[in-house]
Write a protein that binds this ligand. Sequence first.
Ligand SMILES: Cc1cc2nc3c(=O)[nH]c(=O)nc-3n(C[C@H](O)[C@H](O)[C@H](O)COP(=O)(O)O)c2cc1C
Length: 212
Amino acid sequence: MKKEVRLNAFAMNCVAHQSPGLWTHPRDRTAEYNRLPYWIDLARTLERGRFDGLFLADVLGVYDVFGSSPDAALRNATQTPVNDPLLLISAMAAVTENLGFGVTCTLSYEPPYPFARRMSTLDHLTEGRIGWNVVTGYLDSAARGAGKDKQTAHDDRYDVADEYMEVVYKLWEGSWEDDAALRDRARAIFVDPSKVHRVRHEGKNYRLDAIH
Ligand SMILES: Cc1cc2nc3c(=O)[nH]c(=O)nc-3n(C[C@H](O)[C@H](O)[C@H](O)COP(=O)(O)O)c2cc1C
C-alpha cells in the first residue's frame, strides 16, 4: 500500500505567528492579514499544492507581562493585533473544494450554545471541512477583558472544558436528527418537529434547555 503524506499549513490571523520580525522583509505579505485577498490567495495556493488542511492558531488577549506592559508586543506585532480566525473561513471555503480548516477557539469566555451555533453554521457552509482546536486560553489579559481578575486555575479550566464538551456534543449530536429537515414544498413543511429534540443539561458550570 502506498503511504499517504498529510500536509497541514499553520497560520494565525495576525502579522507574526511564530516568526517575529519577518514582516519587515520586503517580500513578506503578512501585514495584509486583515484583508480578504491575503487569505483567499493563501487558500488557493494550499489547494493547488494539495494541502489537506490549514490550521489557524488563536489567542484571546495581549502579551502584557514583559515590562508589565503590552508595548513590546504591540511594537513587534507579537501575535498582536490578532483578529477572529473563524470569520476567515467562509471566504477561504468559497475558493476551495478540498482544503480542511482547523480553527482554534477558546471555550473559556463564551457559553456553549452560541458557540455551537457558529460552528454548525461553518460546518454547513464548508460542507464539513471545519474542525475545532479546543483550548482554554492562557492569558490573564483575556480574563481581565472578560471581567475577571485573572484566568481560572489550570485544572479547574479543564474541568470546565470537560463539561463544555459534554454540552456541545449534546447540542451537535442530540438535538436534530439527520433527516429532520424535510424541505417539503408540496406539503409546506420545512422541519419535522418530532425529529428535533430539546437538549437539557444541569451541570456545575452550565445549565441549558434548548433546541440547537
Ligand atoms: C500544536 C499545538 C497548537 C496549539 N495551538 C494553540 C493555540 O492556537 N491557542 C492556544 O491558546 N493554545 C494552543 N496550544 C496550547 C494548548 O492549548 C495547551 O495549553 C498546551 O498544549 C499545554 O497543555 P496544558 O494546558 O494541558 O498544560 C497548542 C498546543 C499545541 C500542541
